[in-house]
Design a protein around this ligand. Structure first.
Ligand code: ADP
Ligand code: ZN
Length: 724
C-alpha cells in the first residue's frame, strides 16, 4: 500500500472494505483497531493487508478521508485475520460479519479498564409507581448497565434512570482489569485408568509438540473423556499456554464449572451469551492479554484473541447446536479445527457418538482417534430395550406403555431415580377446537402454537409469539371446546402425577432451568434424593452425573425421524445414546426403555443390540451411495422477504441463472417447509455438488452477478444441518 494509505475492514453492514489516509503521526499496522468516518458517522474497523482484501481501490489518493483514531488495544493477530478470511470464504459470508464475531464494535471507542454499573441501594423511592416497584423487585441483588437492568426488570431505560435520580439505584465502578485466578495443574490430579492414562499421555505429547494435530477422543458416556482432556489442559497450563474448551451453550452449567474447580482449584473463565457487558469486557481483555489461562465457552469464544493458544477442545463435538443458524452460518466444530491449524496447536473433539463426518476424517487418517472403550470404575453401560407401541400400547389418552410404567414403579420401590425423556417443551404441540376444527397457528410462522399449561399461554417456539390460552374458540365461540393434541413434557408430568401421586417430580426444560442458579438448584435436589422422576427435554441429556438414576424412558423415540433430513437416523441414534448415558452411572446398573412404532428400524435395532459399528457402517454406506456429506456437499440458498411475491421472484431468478455444470445439481426453488418465519416468506434452493468441487466459488460468482431489492434477503448455508 503506497505511502500513508490503509485498507480497513469496517464493521459496517454494507460498506465494509474502504481505504483511508493515515494522518501524520498516527501509527497503524495490520490488525490495528481503528475508528473511521463514513458520512457523518464513526465506525470501528481493522487495518488489513490490502492484497488479502480486494475492494476499496476506487477512491483516489486525493479523495481519501483520514482515519480518526487508533484504539489503545492490542492489534488483532494474523492468525485471527486468517481465520476471518477462511470463515468468510468458506461460508460465503461478508468479511465484516465474521469480523464482528472477533471484535466488539465498542472496542475501538471505549477501552477503559473500568465500567459503571448500577445496583439497588435498598432505599424506597418517595414515589413508588407499579413499574418502579416491579423494577426493584426483579432487580433484587443484581447489577448491570442501565440497559441490562431495564431488560431484567422488563421496563424502559427511563424507569431505571428515574430510580437512579430518586436514589433507589446507585452507580458502582467495576474494574474490568481485575485478574482471573489461575488454575493449578497440580491441584487435584486423578488416578487415571490404564486406557485413560494412554490417551492422556498422547495428548500431553501433542501439547509439547505445539503443532497442529486433530484428535477424536471417542469414549462411551462415563468413560472419563473429561478427565482425559483435563490432563491435556494441565499440560498446557504447565507449559504456560492458554486452553479453550468449547461446549454447547446448554451444557455450560454449574456441574461442569464445579468439576473444573475440583480438578484445578478455581473456576475457568466462562464465555457465553448470558454475560453482562462488564463480565464480557473483563473476560475479553484478560483472554487477549494472556492473563486468562483457560476459557470455557460457547461457540462464539472461538473468535476471541488468545495470544498463546496451546489447546482447543470441542466437547460433545457431535452436537448440531455448534452449527450457527443465523448471520454467518458456520459450524464451530469445523472452524475450531481451522483455528487450531492457524494457531499450530492440537485440537480434541470429544464425544461418545462421533458424527459420521468426524469418523470419516479418522478413516482418512487426518484425525487420530483415542478410544476409551468402557465406563470408568464399576459402572456398566445400561441395558436398552425397545417397547413396540403397537404391541404394547399405552392406555387411551396416555403416553407411557404398561411396561415402562411397571419399571418406573419398581425404581420408585427401590428408592432409585427415573428420567423420562421427551424432546418437546410445553403441554401439547397442537391445540384445536373440538366444535369447529380450528387449529391455533402462529400468525408469523408456519407453525402451531404450543400450549404451556403451567403459565396458561400458547407460544410459538419459532418466534416467541405468545397469547393467553383462550377460554372460547376464537373461530366458532364454542366454550370449553379446546383439545390438546399430542404430548409435551408437561403432559407427561400430568400422567406421572396421576399414576404415582406420591412421587416427587421435576420438569426440566429451558422454561424451568433458565438460569445457572436454577440448574444448580436442580442438581442439588437430584443429588440429595429430593426428586424421584425427572421429565425433561434434551437439556437433561447433557453432562449430568446422577449415580442413583437407574431408569431412562424415551417417550417417543420416533420423534427425530419425522423430519426426514439426511441426518435424521444419525441424530436419533446420538440423542438416545446420550440420554441413555444418564442411566446407571454409579454402582447400580441402569435400564433404558425406548418407546417406538418402528422397532425394526435399523437405528432402533442398533440401539437395542448396542452394535453402533454396523449402524455407522450402514449409514456411511448410504451416504456414500447418495453422494451425501461427507462424500458430497450441499449448500442451501434461502430467499426470504415480508413480500411473498418479491421473494418468489428472486428465488426464481436465482434458479434460472444457475450455472449448468456437470459436477453440480441445483434443486428448487421451492417454498421452504417452514414457509413463513417471523413474518418473512421463505423459498429454498439446494445445491448438491461433488466433494472436491469448489462450490463456494461458483455460488459467489453466480449470486454476485444478480441483484435484488433490499427487502429481499438471500442467505447461503454451506454444509447445512437444517433443511426447514
Ligand atoms: P465422560 O466425559 O466420558 O462422560 P466423565 O469424565 O464425566 O466421562 O467421567 C464419568 C465419571 O467418572 C465422573 O464422575 C468422573 O469424575 C469419574 N471418573 C472418570 N475417570 C476417573 C478417574 N480416573 N478417577 C476418578 N474418577 C473418574
Ligand atoms: Zn411464530
Amino acid at each position: 500500500m503506497p505511502g500513508n494509505r490503509a485498507r480497513i475492514l469496517v464493521l459496517h453492514p454494507v460498506l465494509s472494505v474502504l481505504d483511508y489516509r493515515v494522518p501524520h503521526g498516527m501509527h497503524v499496522e495490520p490488525g490495528s483497531i481503528v475508528v473511521v468516518p463514513i458520512g457523518p458517522r464513526q465506525y470501528a474497523g481493522v487495518v488489513w493487508e490490502p492484497e488479502r482484501l480486494p475492494g476499496g481501490e476506487e477512491v483516489g489518493d486525493n479523495r481519501l478521508r483520514n482515519l480518526i483514531a487508533v484504539a489503545d488495544a492490542p492489534p488483532i493477530p494474523a492468525s485471527i485475520r486468517r481465520l476471518v478470511e477462511w470463515t468468510a470464504d468458506y461460508y460465503l459470508a461478508p468479511h465484516a460479519s465474521v469480523l464482528r464475531m472477533a471484535v466488539s464494535s465498542s472496542a475501538a471507542f471505549e477501552n477503559a479498564p473500568t465500567i459503571v454499573e448500577y445496583r439497588a441501594t435498598g432505599e424506597v423511592p418517595p414515589r413508588l409507581t407499579p413499574q418502579r416497584a416491579q423494577a426493584l423487585e426483579r432487580i433484587g441483588e443484581r447489577q448491570g448497565l442501565v440497559r441490562e437492568l431495564a431488560t431484567i426488570a422488563d421496563v424502559s431505560d427511563a424507569v431505571i434512570r428515574g430510580l437512579v435520580k430518586a436514589g433507589a439505584i446507585e452507580p458502582v465502578v467495576i474494574d474490568t482489569d481485575t485478574p482471573f485466578p489461575v488454575p493449578d495443574p497440580n491441584h487435584a490430579p486423578p488416578d487415571l485408568s490404564p486406557e485413560q492414562a494412554d490417551a492422556a499421555s498422547i495428548l500431553r505429547q501433542a501439547i509439547g509438540a505445539a503443532a497442529f494435530q486433530p484428535f477424536l477422543l471417542d469414549g462411551v458416556t462415563g468413560s472419563g473423556k473429561t478427565e482425559v482432556y483435563f490432563e491435556a489442559i494441565a499440560a498446557a497450563l504447565a507449559a504456560g499456554k492458554q486452553s479453550l474448551v468449547l461446549l454447547p451453550e446448554i451444557a455450560l452449567t454449574e456441574p461442569f464449572l464445579t468439576r473444573f474447580t475440583e480438578r484445578f482449584g478455581c473456576q475457568p473463565v466462562a464465555w457465553h451469551s448470558g454475560l453482562r457487558q462488564s463480565q464480557r469486557r473483563r473476560a475479553r481483555r484478560a483472554i487477549a492479554s494472556g492473563q486468562a489461562m483457560v476459557t470455557v465457552g460457547a461457540r462464539s469464544a472461538l473468535f476471541l484473541t488468545y495470544p498463546d493458544l496451546g489447546l482447543i477442545v470441542v466437547d460433545e463435538a457431535h452436537e448440531t447446536s455448534f452449527k450457527q443458524e443465523a448471520d454467518v452460518h458456520y459450524h464451530a466444530r469445523d472452524v475450531a479445527v481451522m483455528r487450531a491449524r492457524f494457531e499450530q496447536c492440537p485440537v480434541v473433539l470429544a464425544t461418545a457418538t462421533p458424527a459420521i463426518e468426524t469418523r470419516h476424517q479418522v478413516e482418512l487418517g487426518r484425525y487420530e482417534e483415542l478410544r476409551l472403550p468402557g465406563r470408568y470404575g464399576k459402572a456398566e453401560l445400561p441395558e436398552i430395550e425397545a417397547i413396540d407401541l403397537i404391541q404394547e400400547p399405552p392406555e387411551r389418552g396416555r403416553w407411557l406403555s404398561p411396561r415402562l410404567v411397571l419399571a418406573i414403579d419398581a425404581a420408585l420401590e427401590r428408592g432409585e431415580q427415573s428420567l423420562l425423556f421427551l424432546n418437546r417443551r410445553g403441554y401439547a404441540p397442537l391445540t384445536l377446537c373440538r366444535a369447529c376444527g380450528h387449529r391455533f397457528q402462529c400468525p408469523n410462522c408456519t407453525a402451531w402454537m404450543v400450549e404451556h399449561r403451567l403459565i396458561r399461554r400458547l407460544t410459538c417456539h419459532h418466534c416467541g409469539h405468545t397469547v393467553p390460552t383462550p377460554e372460547i374458540c376464537p373461530e366458532c365461540e364454542a366454550e370449553d371446546s379446546l383439545v390438546a393434541c399430542g404430548p409435551g413434557v408437561e403432559r407427561i408430568a400430568d400422567e406421572v402425577a396421576q399414576l404415582f401421586p406420591d412421587a416427587r417430580t421435576a420438569i426440566v426444560t429451558s422454561d424451568t432451568l433458565w438460569s445457572p442458579a436454577k440448574a444448580a438448584e436442580f442438581v442439588h435436589r437430584m443429588e440429595h434424593g429430593e426428586i424421584d422422576i425427572v421429565i425433561g427435554t434434551q437439556l437433561v441429556t447433557k453432562g449430568y452425573h446422577f449415580p442413583n438414576l437407574t431408569l431412562v424412558g424415551v417417550v417417543d423415540a420416533d420423534l427425530g425421524l419425522d423430519g426426514g433430513d439426511l441426518r435424521a437416523s444419525e441424530r436419533t441414534f446420538q440423542q438416545i445414546m446420550q440420554v441413555s448415558g444418564r442411566a446407571g452411572r454409579g454402582e447400580k446398573p441402569g435400564t433404558v426403555y425406548i418407546q417406538t412404532h418402528s422397532p425394526d428400524a435399523p437405528v432402533m435395532q442398533a440401539l437395542v443390540s448396542g452394535d453402533a459399528e454396523s449402524f455407522y457402517a450402514a449409514e456411511t454406506r448410504a451416504r456414500r451411495e447418495a453422494d451425501a456429506p461427507p462424500f458430497g456437499r450441499y449448500a442451501a440458498i434461502i430467499v426470504s422477504s415480508e413480500d411473498k411475491g418479491a421473494a418468489d421472484e428472486i428465488a426464481r431468478l436465482i434458479g434460472r441463472s444457475a450455472p449448468r455444470l456437470p459436477e453440480m445439481l441445483v434443486y428448487g426453488p421451492a417454498p421452504a417447509p417452514l414457509a413463513m418465519l417471523r413474518g418473512r416468506h421463505r423459498f429454498r434452493l439446494l445445491v448438491h455438488a461433488k466433494r472436491a468441487f469448489d462450490v463456494q466459488d461458483v455460488i459467489r460468482e453466480w449470486l454476485g452477478s444478480l441483484e435484488w431489492p433490499a427487502k429481499v434477503r438471500v442467505a447461503v448455508d454451506v454444509d447445512p444441518y437444517s433443511f426447514v
